[in-house]
Design a protein around this ligand. Structure first.
Ligand SMILES: Cc1cc2nc3c(=O)[nH]c(=O)nc-3n(C[C@H](O)[C@H](O)[C@H](O)COP(=O)(O)OP(=O)(O)OC[C@H]3O[C@@H](n4cnc5c(N)ncnc54)[C@H](O)[C@@H]3O)c2cc1C
Length: 533
């Protein structure tokens, strides 16, 4: 396990994929003393891990499938994660309006049971059953920080004011928000801080076993040059490409299947003034969320549609947009239209193929498959959720550990991510301290920086005494100094890395501003390279 990240040494672990699972495994493994190299073919979190609904949640609807293990693990994990990253994650309250005509998924074990014992319900759920589900949700995983469920009178509560008058009653429960793409980058940074090597824009094109070691060919996205890296073990965390890597890169024939399920979201201007989310139950049995987003917006999603090819970039189709618009309009007093949509995004869930009949019913649990048939070990990662990434990494290390005697034990449970070393309720204090130290910051700017960088926000701003000291102003409070931080510390290369993944400033910047930022970053890169950086 000596440092294999230099020279011709074989590294212990080579991780394919810089999504949350690859970066989470790399961080955990590096912290246990393994030498780790991770290759991501594009930008970190460029695929599924920046396209989620961004919830640390137990998954209320999975209770309908009796997925108690997954729900319990995810519920317990919410507060562990919240403590480790109180800057990019925070508690949220979810309002679930109740109406007797709501229809629930028809092919769940719960539906089948109700069909036998209460056939007259025809896909509806009695209020007591929803309350029972929420009781389980409150108690399965234990809670110390998050408040429990309560019943809400929508005729009086502010949450009812934007909903149609037919909704009188709701249940309100807790889950958490997380900035998914920043979560990935912070895991990558922490992996690097523990000695891992993180290579972005580096596609793994082949991996073969020679003399009991993997030889991995990695192609540089910019130069097209290929280099070989030797490794004792491979982790295939390629997300939607996991099956492709198994078949075409590693050439295994183990029959493991992945089911690609696309999910799309729309973003509208802010539809309501409070900070709670809505959990809407549709007439087709599906659910969607409407979530306060980036201060001035509302996020609505998601859809569930089978997706055939990981190389076909997922987009939110017009049909999906119309579906989400009409779904939400069943609840909101003021119906939505296409004109309200300011942005859409779409991602592909790499689910383990468990033979489920519908995309909605396919398991969201993770599956780790170890394969040694080629003469050297490879661990293939299927499924999972943002919420369970840390536990998935621990389970992966349980399978990896036996190949490396002397590997350290679990450590990530109580360890803060970069910038997250402050109390869960400490954000407002941090914002006040930042504004006192940098009086030129307005409230929006200071909050944005603290939510992104936590205790590192002051390090980003450095010795600036005025906004002018931060260098070029790219718009929407993005300055040269912050962009340099993102390029130097957070692997950002292109403008889209900065405005759609390290931040969501793309919602506030014009196409011209983004193009100007990209030009500036390319110049800074070539100047840096010319200077031998
Ligand atoms: C619409 C939607 C909503 C979701 N909502 C939630 C939610 O609210 N909460 C939650 O907990 N979970 C949610 N999830 C699930 C969660 O987003 C995923 O489980 C998770 O992001 C998967 O991460 P990953 O690392 O496996 O895959 P990815 O993030 O896709 O990472 C895989 C990476 O591998 C790279 N790669 C592939 N092939 C190669 C190669 N040959 N060489 C180098 N790199 C390669 C890709 O570029 C990619 O970046 C949601 C998923 C979707 C689609």
């Amino acid at each position: 396990m000596e440092n294999g990240n230099s020279g011709d040494h074989a590294v212990d672990l080579f991780v394919i994929g810089g999504g949350i699972n690859g970066c989470g495994i790399a961080r955990d493994a590096a912290g246990r003393g393994l030498s780790v190299t991770l290759a991501e073919m594009g930008d970190l979190a460029q695929a599924t891990s920046s396209s989620s609904t961004k919830l640390f949640h137990g998954g209320l609807r999975y209770l309908e499938y009796f997925e108690f293990r997954l729900v319990r693990e995810a519920l317990t994990e919410r507060e562990v994660l919240l403590r480790a990253m109180p800057h990019i994650s925070w508690p949220m309250r979810f309002v679930l309006p109740y109406h007797r005509d709501m229809r629930f998924e028809a092919d769940t074990p719960t539906s089948r049971l109700l069909g036998v014992f209460m056939p007259w319900m025809k896909g509806r759920r009695p209020a007591w059953l929803i309350r029972l589900g929420l009781f389980l949700y409150d108690h399965l995983g234990g809670r110390k920080i998050l408040p429990g469920t309560r019943t809400v009178d929508l005729t009086r509560d502010p949450a009812g004011s934007v909903l149609k008058d037919k909704f009188h009653k709701a249940y309100e429960y807790s889950d958490c928000w997380v900035e998914d793409s920043r979560l990935v980058v912070l895991n990558a940074r922490d992996a690097e801080a523990h000695g891992a090597r993180i290579m972005t824009r580096s596609r793994v094109v082949s991996a073969v076993v020679e003399d009991g070691l993997w030889t991995v060919q990695v192609e540089d996205a910019d130069s097209g040059e290929t280099r070989a890296i030797r490794a004792k073990m491979l982790v295939n965390a390629a997300g939607p490409w996991v099956g492709k890597v198994i078949r075409d890169t590693v050439h295994l024939d183990n029959g493991a299947g992945v089911r690609l399920v696309r999910g799309s979201h729309i973003v509208t201007r802010r539809l309501f003034d409070h900070d709670k989310c809505y959990f809407f139950q549709g007439t087709d049995g599906r659910i969607i969320f409407a979530i306060p987003y980036e201060t001035d917006f509302t996020l609505i999603g998601t859809t569930d549609a089978d997706h055939d090819d990981p190389d076909r970039s997922p987009v939110c189709t017009e049909a999906e947009q119309d579906y989400l618009i009409s779904f939400a309009s069943e609840y909101f007093k003021t119906p939505l239209s296409r004109d309200d949509v300011v942005w859409t995004y779409s991602g592909v869930r790499p689910l383990y193929d468990d033979g489920a009949s519908s995309a909605t019913a396919a398991t969201r649990d993770y599956v780790l498959k170890l394969d040694e048939s080629t003469g050297a070990p490879v661990l293939n990662v299927f499924g999972g959720k943002i919420t369970t990434y840390r536990r998935l990494a621990e389970s992966a290390l349980e399978k990896i550990g036996p190949f490396f005697p002397g590997t350290g034990g679990r450590w990530t449970g109580g360890a803060a991510l970069p910038g997250g070393d402050f109390p869960v309720d400490g954000v407002d204090r941090l914002i006040a301290e930042l504004r006192a130290a940098y009086p030129f910051l307005d409230a929006f700017w200071a909050r944005r920086l603290v939510r992104a960088y936590g205790t590192e926000a002051a390090e980003v701003l450095g010795d600036a005494g005025s906004a002018a000291d931060l260098g070029r102003d790219f718009g929407a409070t993005l300055t040269e100094r912050e962009v340099r931080w993102l390029m130097d510390r957070e692997y950002a290369v292109r403008a889209e890395d900065v405005v759609w993944r390290r931040s969501k400033l793309g919602l506030r910047m014009s196409a011209e501003q983004i193009a100007a930022l990209d030009d500036w970053m390319q110049d800074a890169r070539s100047n840096g390279q010319a200077a031998g950086e």
